[in-house]
Ligand binder design. Structure first.
Ligand code: NAD
Length: 355
């Protein structure tokens, strides 16, 4: 069998390990910079302040107001600080929300970025940015927002609460699952996707049992990079479309929504994606991907229904309509009646049928 493909490999410099926060100053210097603006969320403000202190004279200032979904008014506040301190690079420490702000600044200024991820969302490895203006979130893909350097420090993830660890891990798995059946997929990304799913699926139960398990934390963080790289390399399908719709229109929480939807989206696409499903099954160590994913989430105490996330039942019809409008390419043709049923199953938190 011949698998033709084309693949634009993204540039990236990755530093991975424990205690790698020590390397940030050197990486600022390697970029030829000396006036870093440190970004963090308010919840991780202490971590941001400590990093600025560690950078000493290389830190020009801090902006500790990153929030989820990259609202443009927050970006404008951060831009005022960028100008006031005459920053020549961004150092962002936190999850996808902080990375989003870093990307939004890079989009406006072309400043180089060093991103230090503390969740498994994977945004640091993608040239994708979502921004929210007047309550509407729009996404674009541009190399201008791809971080120049990613520093993964396993030690920083030890404090990530187990509930967020699990849902963030499912967010990562979702990138890799959809990469396995992407129409622009390729063998390198498929190998990375399978490895990423396996690493995270193995790590999450160990993290729930012992959040301080450094080996498991390392596996999950490596898996996050692998899955984020998949998201950055190939197109996403029904699962991501549904999550963007539910997050954007109904303001549902990002990682939790991915966790609830994934088993149902996989059940939908299963019949048309045998090769991808064989790889997901192998990575999970479960013969049936839809129920394997559902059971893993449930066993780890993650939400399994949209109802739990605050989704109004009356909103399901609108969500189905939106998912059909401007649909992403999907391996199985989209049928409104079946998408409505998928959403109904996800709202109730039903275990998908075994296939
Ligand atoms: P997040 O960044 O909002 O973080 C979630 C929570 O975890 C926050 O309260 C944060 O303070 C806390 N937290 C993070 N790291 C911690 C740590 N180590 N210890 C203790 N607490 C910690 O959540 P997220 O799921 O990482 O990111 C979601 C956002 O990222 C969304 O806006 C989503 O659209 C975006 N995203 C973008 C891409 C992309 O490629 N553009 C990919 C994935 C996600």
């Amino acid at each position: 069998m011949i698998y033709p493909f084309s693949y634009d490999i993204l540039p990236a410099r990755i530093v991975f390990g424990c205690g790698t926060l020590d390397r940030v100053a050197d990486e600022v210097r390697v970029l030829g910079c000396s006036r870093a603006l440190v970004l963090a969320m308010p919840e991780l403000g202490g971590v941001g302040e400590a990093l600025a202190e560690r950078l000493g004279g290389l830190a020009a200032g801090t902006f500790l107001g990153a929030v989820m979904h990259t609202p443009t008014d927050v970006t404008e506040q951060a831009m005022a600080v960028v100008r006031a301190v005459n920053a020549d690079c961004i150092v962002a420490i936190g999850g996808g929300s902080t990375t989003g702000l870093s990307k939004a600044i890079a989009l406006r200024t072309d400043l180089p970025q060093i991103v230090i991820p503390t969740t498994y969302a994977g945004s640091e490895a993608t040239p994708i940015i979502g921004q929210t203006e007047n309550g509407v979130k729009t996404t674009q893909r541009t190399l201008a927002v791809l971080p120049e350097v990613i520093i993964y420090d396993v030690d920083l993830t030890l404090t990530l609460p187990t509930a967020i660890s699990v849902t963030s891990g499912f967010n990562a798995i979702a990138h890799a699952v959809e990469a396995l059946y992407a129409k622009d997929g390729n063998p390198v990304i498929s190998t990375l996707a399978e490895q990423g799913i396996a690493m995270i699926a193995r790590a999450l139960p160990a993290i729930v049992a012992d959040p301080g398990d450094k080996g498991a934390r390392s596996d999950a963080l490596y898996g996050a990079w692998a899955c984020g790289t998949c998201l950055g390399a190939v197109g996403m399908s029904l699962h991501h479309k549904l999550c963007h719709t539910l997050g954007g229109t109904f303001n549902l929480p990002h990682a939790e929504t991915h966790t609830v939807i994934l088993p149902h989206a996989v059940a939908y696409n299963h019949p048309d994606t045998p090769d991808a499903m064989a790889r997901v099954a192998r990575a999970l160590g479960e013969p049936d991907p839809p129920t394997g994913l559902y059971d893993l989430a449930k066993d780890l105490g993650a939400p399994t229904s949209l109802q739990e996330l605050g989704m109004p039942y009356e909103g399901l019809a609108k969500a189905a309509d939106l998912a059909m409008a401007n649909a992403y390419w999907n391996p199985r043709p989209l049928e409104h009646k079946l998408i409505a049923r998928l959403l109904d199953d996800a709202w109730h938190g039903r275990r998908p049928d075994s296939v």
